[in-house]
Design a protein around this ligand. Sequence first.
Ligand code: FAD
Ligand code: SF4
Length: 480
Amino acid sequence: MQPVKTVKKEPVKVREMASSLRSKTFEEVVFGYNESEALAEAARCLQCKNPVCTEGCPVGIDIKSFISCITNKDYKSAYFKIREKNDFPSICGRVCPAEYQCRKTCVFTKKNEPFASQNAINVHFLERFIGDYGMNNGCFIPVKRDPWLSKFKVAVVGSGPAGVCFAGELARAGVKVVVFESLHKTGGVLRYGIPPFRLPRNILDFEIDYLKTLGVELVPNMIIGKSKTIRGLKEEGYAGIFLGLGAGCPSFLGIPGENLCNVYSANEFLTRVNLMSAYKFPEFHTPVNIGKHMIVIGGGNTAMDAARSALRLQKMAGIPADTTVFYRRTEIEMPARRLEIEHAKEEGVKFKFLVQPVAFSGDDKGLVKKLKCLECKLGEPDSSGRRRPVSIEESEFESDCDIAIIATGLKANQVLISATQELKTDKYGDVIVNKETMETSIDGVYAGGDIVGGEGTVIEAMGMAKRASKAMVERLKKEE
Ligand code: FAD
Ligand code: SF4
């Protein structure tokens, strides 16, 4: 029997930067809980006999126990409790879509609510508080190096959350690890996709620097599938290989005018802003084009990140802010985190719902100038369970658009896959694995993260990497 769902106290609101200041900076905008706020929020947890919050966590964190440690002010134990399942509490506490996960299954959320109730325990903010405590107080997981494993070296392809988590697990077990990354900087989407106003780079740098202290070698600017192959890595003596390639290839709309200048994929736009530091121009010599009428197409986290970045760039350049998100369903169906949608609105991003882009048109210089759309209504649910948008005949309208950013999905990059015939993939181009061990069709080659099952979340990527690391360590032990 679950306890009666009586809300003893109001949820503790998280401190944030004022929206007027927020929209002009790439500094972190959510400040998180301080100690007294964390204690007050933890005290709201009912310590349920059947803690259903854990069922909602993709990696099964013992949420009830870590919250109980917080109420006892035993923050170190809370940190180690989370670390049993999650290697990056400071990161996940900032980016996890908790309203669809642990907070949605928390007893304070009613069964038919589309996402977590306002009253659900703010597990993510508590996790962030503890993650930051651990980071600032030197709470490191003990390294248990198995001397037998030190003769093995393994290769990790990709340095996103999946690759970094896998590398850390193997290095702690005593294996020599080399991480190959095609970009010039490590971190994957955490570096090039998610803007610093959501995930400050010192948090990510901490995790990467920690890997170095474990002896992990990081090799940037190395495309596996081009400069080296999987077969080549095996010949170089790598006893195992982990593929954390992500889903870095953007999907486009396939409509006329999409190849006009200033029509970006969200990946390119965000990479220019985040990885190439376009927001620090002219300090960094890599600007991105900014327009008077910027349109972002899509409804996920990528769309919110692109829109909030675009609006910031307009404001920083002194251009009257006009950034609009075009989405073909309604707000409730948007897959983005609710906090990001709220923040986008508060900062001044406009939204046009139930619209289907049909064509871009440009001027005689080949620059995009207009976006033509049809209005939509919602039809029957599709395979995702969300109601399908149906375009309405003769509802065409045009909007001014001098920068368009397409954020309608990502798929697997095929560079390594097409160079590796023996690697089996599904119809979407994602790598097929044994779901328990994460081993691919190639003996000794494992995979995890977005390259398995498509665009997911940071915690899911990390969970898969942890499963793969366990299986690889067992395999190496057997070989020994
Ligand atoms: P990635 O993070 O994509 O990393 C893969 C790495 O592999 C990249 O660095 C890539 O350069 C490298 N690589 C690829 N091919 C090769 C090769 N052949 N050789 C060498 N290196 C290679 N998730 C959340 O949980 N919360 C959020 O708020 C959130 N927001 C997001 C915002 C954006 C803009 C995007 C794009 C995604 C977001 N996600 C979010 C999803 C989340 O970031 C991903 O699920 C996660 O990063 C996947 O991790 P990964 O390690 O599998 O791949
Ligand atoms: Fe119960 Fe919610 Fe606390 Fe989990 S977080 S133990 S579901 S009150």
